[in-house]
Design a protein around this ligand. Sequence first.
Ligand code: GLU
Length: 365
Amino acid sequence: MAWETMTTMTTDRSVVVKIGTTSVTDARGGVAHDVLSSLAHDVVTLREQGWSVVVVTSGAITAGWAHVGEGRGRPTDSTILQAVSAVGQPLLMDAWRRAFAPHGVAVGQVLLAPLDFSHRGQYLHARSTLTALHALGVVAVVNENDAVADEEIRFGDNDRLAALVANLVTASHLVLLTDTPGLLTADPRLDPSATLIDVVTSIDSRLENVAGASRSGVGSGGMASKVAAARMATWSGVTTVIAPARAETPLLRALTGTHDFGTTFEARGERLSARKAWIAFAVASSGVVSINQGALEALENHGRSLLRVGVESITGDFVEGDAVEVHGPGGAVVAKGLVRASAESFNDADDVIVHRDDLVLLRRP
Ligand code: GLU
């Protein structure tokens, strides 16, 4: 089936809601049933209003350790943490099942790993599954497949995973529910005058600095990873909201668009096609193609393909069809695309190295 004609679950109103570990679990690491119930209420309400909703949940590792750790401090060894997720994930799913049960709504577990996003066939298949669950009236509850994902290539935090799922289902909104009121002007522990930023129209380096490396005790993301996820999502046309999980009807309020709750990151006007969003954000790059100024201008000002004459150097061991980063003369990433030549046979390749249909410019405002 052609990529662009795949049916997706897109309605005008489609939301991916991610809830973080500190919100899903309580002080002892057990599942916070009240928070899950409150979110289930919002999800059911939205579905009645015609929204399609996918839940991305964290908390498996923390809930798992609370169950088997006998009160000991959280381990740092990644193998232990991943193993413990195998204990916590079914506990978490049982809690979600119970949160939705009073509404007569079933939940389905979908565990994803980075490879599911970079392999195109797998990507489309994951999308079909999420679409089919929605059609069955089931709420998909997604987490990373922590137990088996290779540490080197794990997402590690569910913020990025949630942004990729938002891309996958071509959601209109991504809501990241967390343990802060939203994005603040400074770290409130260091600066008591910190205030909430209610709307962000574009994410620049200043904002990324504001987000800093704030971390809460048990979650792995922090504000920096939320802003990175917001960047990815808004770039693909998904409005993103960071909002407090422990508030009344948090998801409903995050979606009201009145900007009085949480931080809303406005979506870029132009939405990347599903395929280009996949190239830009989902598939890992296998190398770098560095280009000269003339080629950069041809790409950015004239919408051309990348030709071999414009390439200064290459690094990496890519093969035909792999994704590569395109670096400009200054060394900055200017685009990403699928190459039509392997690194090995680069000098014998046809003129077109990255066709414009396979190229995403990453510096456009
Ligand atoms: N997948 C991890 C878990 O369920 C959570 C990652 C995160 O904190 O975002 O424990």
